[in-house]
Design a protein around this ligand. Structure first.
Ligand code: GTP
Ligand code: SPV
Ligand code: MN
Length: 597
């Protein structure tokens, strides 16, 4: 141990967990570069990581082919009463879940090292930040946590003798023995994976997976599931949102927080390179926002993370140049392909496909191969500080005041490019009824349309009906300071299956319209679903795109919207008496407007 730990409760918990899991050694992480380098060298040595010749201090990992994404079906919100987890979460009673997992944890770290990973979500000096300690038997997790959070010795110092921390236990669920010693990515089979949350005690237990949100417990487990439940109790919000600052040519700043489901465009919007001259974007966060009302009555947001764990496929200098620059060095790549000259490659990256790569399963791949070279949920882990457009004050402990909320999703049909809500209640209704096609960010079917309210379906740590009410309560608290709410769909397609909107940097045209709506300088038409711009209201200067597609992407097709009403009613019905009456009123009003149109 390179530092002294005086926190009795922390020491007790670490030693109890070690007695249960039986690791060969305990390593208290200091968060230093030397520690990171040494762990990476060990992982290269055993064949788990490949050093990338083309990118300084960067490494490629290939996971087990079964362990490639979050596992929603194995994610649990364990509250005393089932109703408090709500109909959209998996629930097991705390006693039973703990008994089951204690059996699994017994001896599960034999032959391995247990790493103690102290981390802070949010800048250490922020009043909004929270400290967690993750115990993990995965050195890959340690290295990722060092990029994604503020990790190590400084956190222990901040905790002192008695500081509050959220305990989080993680095991890949595979002791090191004769049968597993040669596995580069050991993990448990799907039925033995458990991503468990005990929001009443602020406790996280994860078992069986080494990937992403299942294993980096500061992210989805603490900063969304546990934090959303805490925020409900304490009057603040933890949301699956990017945070971005837009500055117009006159120098006026707008702060935008946007919630899109997993793999639906947050990282891309967070780092947008606007195509309209004179507009500037700065990134504050790409996945999670913690927001509290400030002394002036406005809503202030911080990014609790310190890095990006972003989707690789589709990322290129053409679509997201700022992400490409961010991951030039000091980055971790997981499940991308490897080129012959020692760089990473994925579908959608710039240039023609190379004649040969090693695919994410470690096999030879050529452009003639039928399979994807990179897994659809392959990711890069990169420090936020390396983003060329990271806001200079992105670590401001007080956060930034949010002007605009955007909800959205991936929908091939029905939903237009952009809609402005009539008012706060209507905005909450838009968030609560958001629907999106499922993506590879979760293990399961891809492309199925499902309701994903506020992009929080997989991340809400309590009853989603109560969460809806929390949104109304926050609006009541904020009053006229509440952000204006919009809904977007970058993903509408025509009958030939072509995108109706170019997306990426061109999304700045939509953001500009939103800012001008805030200022009262842009026009819109009133439709049954909200205010929608006409072609004349959006700045299309210099946009080279077929005009018929632009008309199509803005269209509100009332008959196509009608079936949404019973579908939403059915979705709402599962919440029973936990559904706020204000949402039912919104649904009735939508139905009436559609009928009248
Ligand atoms: P998580 O990290 O899973 O929460 O996802 P995210 O919301 O940050 O998603 P991300 O920005 O990484 O985008 C996922 C995929 O959508 C990538 O393949 C992007 O290239 C693609 N994408 C993002 N924005 C757009 C857009 O405006 N239009 C189109 N057509 N695709 C987009
Ligand atoms: C998501 O799935 O929304 C992610 C990736 O941001 S993971 O960290 O794996 O949850
Ligand atoms: Mn996410």
């Amino acid at each position: 141990m390179s530092y002294e730990v005086k926190h009795a409760a922390l020491l007790k918990w670490v030693h109890e967990t070690a007695e249960l899991t039986q690791p060969d050694a305990i390593h208290w992480c200091d968060g230093s570069q030397a520690e990171y380098d040494q762990l990476m060298a060990q992982m290269v040595e055993i064949g788990m990581a490949t050093a990338l010749k083309k990118r300084p201090n960067s490494f490629l990992f290939r996971s087990d082919p079964s362990d490639v994404a979050r596992v929603e079906a194995r994610t649990f919100i364990s509250t005393t009463n089932k109703a408090d987890a709500g109909p959209t979460n998996n629930w097991i009673a705390p006693d039973l879940l703990k008994a089951t997992m204690t059996d699994l944890y017994w001896g599960c770290m034999k032959g391995r090292t247990m790493y103690v990973i102290p981390f802070s979500m949010g800048p250490l000096d922020s009043p909004i930040a929270a400290i967690g300690v993750e115990l993990s038997d995965s050195p890959y997790v340690v290295c990722n946590m060092r990029i994604m959070t503020r990790m190590g010795k400084t956190v222990i110092e901040k905790l002192g003798d008695t500081g509050r921390f959220f305990p989080a236990v993680h095991s890949i669920g595979s002791p090191c023995d004769d049968t597993t010693i040669n596995q580069v990515w050991p993990c448990a089979e799907i039925d033995h994976k458990y991503i468990s949350h005990f929001p009443e005690e602020g406790l996280i237990w994860s078992y069986g997976s080494g990937y992403g949100g299942n294993a980096l417990l500061g992210k989805k487990c603490l900063a969304l599931r546990i934090a959303s439940a805490t925020g409900k109790r304490e009057g603040w919000m933890a949301e699956h949102m990017l945070i971005l600052r837009l500055t117009n040519p006159a120098g006026r700043q707008y702060h935008i927080a946007a919630a899109f489901p997993s793999a639906c465009g947050k990282t891309n919007l967070a780092m947008i390179t606007p195509t309209i001259p004179g507009w500037k974007a700065e990134c504050i966060g790409d996945d999670i926002a913690w927001m509290k009302p400030g002394p002036d009555g406005r809503l202030y947001a911080i990014n609790p993370e310190a890095g990006f764990f972003g989707v690789a496929p589709g990322t290129s200098y053409a679509t997201n140049p700022m992400a490409m620059e961010t991951m030039k060095e000091n980055s971790i790549f997981t499940n991308t392909a490897l080129t012959d000259d020692g760089d990473v490659w994925w579908e959608g990256i710039d240039g023609a496909p190379p004649a040969h790569v090693i695919d994410w399963k470690g096999r030879d791949w050529t452009p003639a191969s039928k399979d994807l070279a990179a897994h659809a949920n392959s990711r890069f882990t990169a420090p936020a500080t390396q983003c060329p457009i990271i806001a200079r004050d992105w670590e401001n402990p007080l956060g930034v005041p949010i002007d605009i909320f955007i909800f959205g999703g991936r929908r091939a049909s029905v939903v237009p490019l952009v809609t402005e809500s009539f008012n706060w209640d209507h905005g909450v209704f838009m968030g609560a009824t958001a629907a999106s096609e499922t993506t590879a960010a979760n293990i399961g079917a891809v492309g199925n349309l499902r309701r994903d309210p506020f992009a929080m379906m997989p991340f809400c740590g309590y009853n989603m009906g109560d969460y809806f009410q929390h949104w109304f309560d926050m609006g009541d608290t904020l009053g006229s300071n509440a952000p204006k709410v919009f809904y977007v769909n970058w993903f509408r397609k025509n009958t030939a299956g072509k995108w109706l909107w170019p997306g990426y940097g061109e999304n700045s045209r939509v953001l500009k319209w939103m800012c001008e709506r805030l200022d009262g300088t842009a026009g819109a038409v009133e439709t049954p679903i909200g205010f929608v711009p006409t072609e004349a209201d959006i700045d299309l200067n210099g946009l080279d795109w077929p005009i018929d597609r632009l008309q199509e992407v803005l269209k509100v097709d009332a008959p196509a919207w009608l079936p949404e009403v019973p579908d939403i009613a059915k979705f709402f019905s599962q919440f029973g008496d936990r559904l706020p009456a204000r949402l039912t009123a919104q649904l009735d009003a939508l139905a009436a407007r559609l009928k009248a149109s």
